[in-house]
Design a protein around this ligand. Sequence first.
Ligand SMILES: [Zn+2]
Length: 406
Amino acid sequence: MDFIDALKQNDLEAVRRCPKADLHNHFVLGGSQQYLLQHTGKDIQPIKKPLHSMDEMHTWNHRNMGDTFESSEGRRLLIRAAFVQAKEDGVTILEIGEDVWGLGEFFHWNIEELVDAFETAHLEIAPEIELRLQIGMSRHCDIAYLGDCLSHFWGCKAFYSIDLYGDELAQPIENFRSIYRRAKAEGLRLKAHVGEWGTAYDVRCAVECLELDEVQHGIAAAEDPSVIRFLVDNHIRLNITPSSNYLLGRVEDLKSHPIARFYRSGVDVTINSDDVLIFDSDVSKEYLRLYQCGCLDAEELGAELPRYELIGRGLRVHFKALESALIDNPKVPKDQSDTLDDTLDDTLADKIIAILKSNPQVTQGEVADKVKVSVPTVKRTMKMLSDSGRIVRKGGRRYGYWDVNE
Ligand SMILES: [Zn+2]
């Protein structure tokens, strides 16, 4: 059964069998409830109703997690539980990692020991999953302290990305600029939690200030159409966690979750679990819930952006096999794809090129308005033009311009 049918038939097991990515998963609360029950006797129960404050979340944590896992062995157990959970969920790309303070706390300040804990669990439990190892930081931490911790991580090629989480209002985002500059130089993909408790303005500021590639949540951006447009134009992906947003009172209900607005506006969005144990939220359930409440329809949830490739003088389009939520930037390109030949819409391409010539700094959103097609169509066409060398982006992603090759 394909993914769209699985959704339409409300068949959770069939949804689980389809490949998916989980790019927003805090492994400490991301493990398999059953696996942890078997290994500790602890019966961790998710919340059922929205929480009224973060204090309630701390109370839940204290009651359900306590200090059971506050040891090197406990931490390793949580890592293994996260792989067990991801495997059961049908996750094929899992982005998780340790908080920088955990290196000293659980791994003797030994970066190889930390990486080994993840890689060993990965190989033992789910070697078929692509692991994207992440460096995590809490926003309330002192910058100098974070710098000390991070000095152990820099230069380690095992990491894929860096993320910032914790109290979004704890300190100004500018404080983290130097850390993100360094992370960028290290070749890491740049992410941060923003726009969960903050505003649309905060989302834009964080993206510009830290040069983020992806935003964890970012849902507040829905309040401001100019920020939505900014995310589209700059190809900023939002890794969204619907149940978590609902249960933390960030959205009224799932049906009105802004993910539909983002998706229909051309923002790259992915669907993720956040904290499985507290929100009962694996990726398969998140897809089904969004479908069942009518937030997005099955075709929308199952759609993927095609990927274009230049072959000789022609273009080939790959429709990825599955609906794993618009994932790109793989470390190892996966090619399970069906392929078929496609050609550029020449009329549209000519119109776009004429616009770029007259206004090289035009945004993709403005182009869409002018040619009266959707933003995703403009993005797709410009990607094909760019891949074939007919147009070139110069001077950087954010403040650059388009150069047309005749
Ligand atoms: Zn999160």
